[in-house]
Ligand binder design. Structure first.
Ligand code: HEM
Length: 231
């Protein structure tokens, strides 16, 4: 077992498995958010299920562990790579052929994604699940007071603000680049590749990244447009 933690391939494997689990969460989260466009009641019912219930809190703890492990191993591998490359890391790099921009910037993209995630938590999770855990039945949202389970109100409130919408769209672009390379790279590390499947996985990875990010963007833009039309 120690090879998993010590060898380079073991560390990459940990990153791949945690990364794929996070992609599965994002597929669920994006699908859940799209529900808000069609039925605010259904969306709030899902938010209530994901409130301060033991299974939702356990899920949140598992997610936090996945993000932490994924980030810590990314840090270790990035530092090891820098060290191995020695002075080369300071040379002005001419991008090697066939190495995509995203693959060289995975760590920076990941840091950007986590940065926006902290903003997202302060707006949603902190005022929803966390408020409920503290026993609050009402939270302040702008000038209104709402239930911490009223996810639809949160969406309408935040996605009526231009700066929030722009910030979230920037977030999705960084996420797209991170996922489009990360998914494919994870599959390669796990070893599900041969000459035919290498390219297929690349396409599957890009389609998955695009579906996830477009679904998030759709919800964000839909509620912003609705707010602008109803002004
Ligand atoms: C349209 C965009 C989005 C909306 C409307 C949205 C909505 C929400 C809501 C309502 C919650 C709180 C659920 C609760 O605690 O009851 C939440 C939590 C969360 N969101 Fe988002 N989200 C969006 C985009 C994203 C993106 C792009 C990511 C990741 C890159 C993300 C990651 C998370 C995570 C990790 C949690 C905590 C989940 C948990 O507590 O288990 N969200 N989001």
């Amino acid at each position: 077992m120690s090879w998993l933690l010590k060898s380079s391939i073991g560390k990459k494997l940990i990153m791949s498995v945690t990364g794929i689990a996070l992609v599965l969460f994002l597929l669920f989260h994006a699908a859940m958010n799209v529900t808000a466009v069609f039925s605010e009641e259904a969306y709030n019912a899902i938010c209530a299920l994901l409130g301060a219930n033991w299974y939702a809190v356990a899920g949140t703890a598992a997610l936090a562990a996945l993000v932490a492990i994924h980030f810590i191993y990314a840090l270790i591998l990035t530092m090891q790579n820098r060290k191995a490359r020695g002075n080369d890391s300071y040379a002005v790099s001419v991008r090697p052929k066939n190495v995509e921009w995203a693959s060289q910037n995975m760590f920076v993209l990941g840091v950007i994604v986590i940065g926006f995630l902290l903003l997202h938590f302060s707006q949603f999770w902190y005022k929803m699940m966390f408020a409920e855990l503290l026993g609050n039945h009402h939270v302040e949202l702008g000038s209104a007071t709402v239930s911490p389970q009223d996810g639809a109100e949160f969406i309408k409130y935040y996605f009526s603000q231009t700066w929030v919408v722009v910030a979230y769209l920037v977030w999705y672009v960084a996420l797209w680049f991170h996922l489009s390379h990360g998914f494919w790279s994870a599959i390669q590390t796990i070893g599900w590749n041969n000459t035919i499947w290498l390219n297929r996985w690349k396409v599957i990875g890009q389609v998955t990244a695009t579906v996830i990010c477009l679904a998030f963007a759709f919800v964000t833009i839909y509620f912003y447009a609705r707010h602008m039309i109803c002004l």
